[in-house]
Design a protein around this ligand. Structure first.
Ligand SMILES: Nc1ncnc2c1ncn2[C@@H]1O[C@H](COP(=O)(O)OP(=O)(O)OP(=O)(O)O)[C@@H](O)[C@H]1O
Length: 594
């Protein structure tokens, strides 16, 4: 082999293959985007990333990975030529060629190792960078404008967002890269090895008709027919894989719920019901697994038969020409090698069919997530105007998501130091009214103006993961200080002095503290944050009347200029409020001074 000539040929081959592949990839992607559903889904997730201005580095990285994949194909061509030279040397007992072949192999194998490792590293780099970007984009959208909350109410209901963000993004990115580089490698291999096989194959006689280079046609027919059957057998795997992800995610969610509601379930002795629900869901998971197993048995069984037959197929076809000494042992061995390469390249789709099935399922879940977020973002939310110091509401009508009117034409104008108690029968819309004031409720019409420095306390306070200190300052960051005398004093005021020493301890506080204690943590949060307006939705309902009394007194004493708006059923609450808003069953309301 003339090394210089070979280097020149390879460089030329690589340049042609590289530009050809890129052109092909661009045209194919455009056609898929235009004419196929999953092409459109793919574009929805990728369009932002293929941006010459902002992501030039990523695009160059992708080009380098494609170039490396093409170099791997070129290397396999060189390896196949090597087979020929090596076996011919053996047949001809040519010692010099044998040793120069061994030397050539060492060079080719070394290049192969370096190329493979570089390709692995760069591919992982590309995957990680893309994953970071996509993750960022989804998390940004999911947490912006309370989309995580609004998706509960939008038509496009969303299941298991955790799985979609944590798992699907990763597999989408990895599969996209492996499919595109796999496709390019497969196609260039097909072209390159078909040319070699063309030169190696002789005429074939069928019914006395001589077909020149017949082996090429037989090989193609063999692999194409096998692929068609494989498509047919493997097709149901698409749905089965999609279902598998969904059923497993539902099962996982039910398990998490038991941990979350452990105490309530334990009080109700609900184990039996929960167990039945879990086993029922698990049965569905297993039934689906069996379906996948049976289908995979058929699918893999077929693939095994095809790939085993492929081992002897080229020998059967070339044997006649070899024994009649028309071709050398080198030609025969190269034919076997080339056929193997051609088979695996042509079988790219057949072998990656099940991966493609789960790729489609991933695309469905990610674009479903996208559209659920979009419909949540498009929910027309009422504008909450900012008012420097008071709550003003005019002509506010609040409805349920099914458009039943809860509250009609409410008008309020509260002075900064007003304290309003909202009362009314259960289910009349009191909590929903507070949601509307917070800007969470889409099904409302009217004008609202409120100070932006507001705090909402619900019956079950939210305590974040981490220390008590973090819970006290939530949603703000807890300050880092040498001592926490101020916070300890606040804890003492809300009758939680016994927790002073545990301020910086990380525990599952929402499970350790009683509901009444958690509610007092929320009162402590108010004292530390000093909001201009405080909304309390039955925020003291789990305390005894004495404690509730003490907490309201504390609130009025420490924050005399803040507006307080409470929802509560207890009549004892009246004495801490200046106004009472009654909401009636028919949506009517009236306001009175207390
Ligand atoms: N997401 C939702 N989808 C459908 N209906 C809802 C939804 N959220 C609230 N509702 C309905 O809106 C009505 C008002 O609920 P809300 O929680 O505001 O009542 P409430 O007056 O605070 O009740 P309670 O005093 O029992 O706490 C209820 O009939 C409830 O079923």
């Amino acid at each position: 082999m003339n090394l210089r000539q070979e280097l020149f040929d390879s460089a030329l081959w690589l340049a042609q293959a590289f530009f050809g592949s890129f052109l092909f990839l661009i045209i194919l992607t455009m056609l898929l985007i235009k004419f196929s559903r999953w092409g459109k889904q793919f574009w929805q997730l990728t369009a932002d990333y293929i941006d010459l201005k902002n992501n030039l580095k990523a695009i160059i990285l992708f080009m380098v990975i494609v170039l490396l994949s093409l170099m791997a194909v070129r290397l396999s061509v060189l390896f196949s030529n090597w087979y020929n030279t090596m076996y011919t040397a053996l047949q001809e007992m040519n010692v010099n060629t044998f040793w120069s072949s061994i030397a050539l192999f060492t060079v080719l194998a070394s290049i192969h190792i370096v190329l493979s490792l570089t390709n692995f590293y760069l591919s992982q780099r590309f995957i990680i960078q893309w994953r970071i970007k996509l993750n960022q984009r989804f998390i940004d959208r999911w947490t912006a404008n309370r989309t995580y909350y609004k998706t509960q109410y939008s038509y496009n209901q969303l299941d298991n967002p955790d799985q979609r963000i944590q798992q699907d993004i990763q597999s989408f990115v990895a599969s996209t890269l492996s499919f595109s580089t796999g496709l390019i490698s497969a196609i260039t291999s097909i072209v390159a090895f078909t040319l070699i096989l063309w030169n190696l194959s002789g005429p074939l006689s069928v019914f006395n008709v001589e077909i020149p280079h017949g082996m090429v046609f037989i090989s193609f027919s063999y692999v194409l027919i096998a692929s068609l059957f494989a498509f047919k057998i493997g097709r149901p795997l698409i749905n089965l894989n999609f279902l598998s992800e969904k059923l497993n995610a539902n099962y996982r969610y039910s398990l998490i719920r038991i941990k979350e509601y452990a105490e309530s379930i334990a009080f109700y002795k609900g184990e039996k019901t929960e167990r039945n629900i879990l086993l029922n869901q698990f049965d569905q998971v297993i039934a689906n697994v069996w379906q996948i197993v049976y289908r995979t048995l058929k699918f893999s069984g077929f693939n095994f038969v095809v790939s085993q037959t492929s081992v002897i197929f080229p020998f059967l076809i070339q044997a006649g020409r070899f024994f009649s000494q028309q071709i050398s042992l080198g030609d025969l061995m190269q034919t076997a090698n080339v056929f193997g390469q051609l088979d695996s390249a042509l079988s790219f789709f057949r072998n990656s069919y099940d991966n493609f099935a789960s790729y489609k399922a991933t695309l469905d879940r990610l674009t479903g997530f996208n559209s659920a977020m979009r419909s949540a973002e498009q929910l027309p939310m009422p504008t909450i105007h900012e008012h420097s110091d008071r709550l003003q509401v005019s002509n506010l009508t609040v409805k349920t998501p099914t458009y039943t009117t809860l509250i009609k034409q409410l008008t309020l104008d509260l002075r900064p130091d007003s304290r309003l108690l909202i009362q009314g029968p259960s289910g009349v819309g009191k909590t929903t009214l507070l949601r509307t004031f917070a800007g969470l409720w889409a099904y409302a019409d009217g004008e609202i103006a409120t100070p932006s420095n507001a705090l909402f306390l619900s019956q079950k306070p939210y305590l974040p993961q981490g220390s008590l200190l973090a819970a006290l300052y939530y949603p703000n960051e807890a300050p880092e200080k040498a001592d926490y005398q101020h916070e300890e004093a606040v804890l003492q005021k809300v009758a939680l002095a016994h927790l002073s020493e545990k301020l910086t301890r990380n525990e599952e506080w929402s499970q350790i503290l009683s509901l009444g204690e958690q509610q007092r943590i929320a009162f402590a949060r108010v004292l530390l944050n000093k909001p201009q307006i405080i909304f309390l939705d039955e925020a003291s309902a789990s305390m005894d009347e004495g404690l509730e009394d003490a907490m309201y007194r504390l609130l009025l004493q420490e924050l005399p200029n803040s507006t307080v708006i409470s929802v509560g059923h207890r009549s004892t609450l009246k004495r801490f409020h200046t106004n009472l808003l009654h909401i009636e069953q028919d949506g009517g309301w009236y306001l009175e001074n207390v």
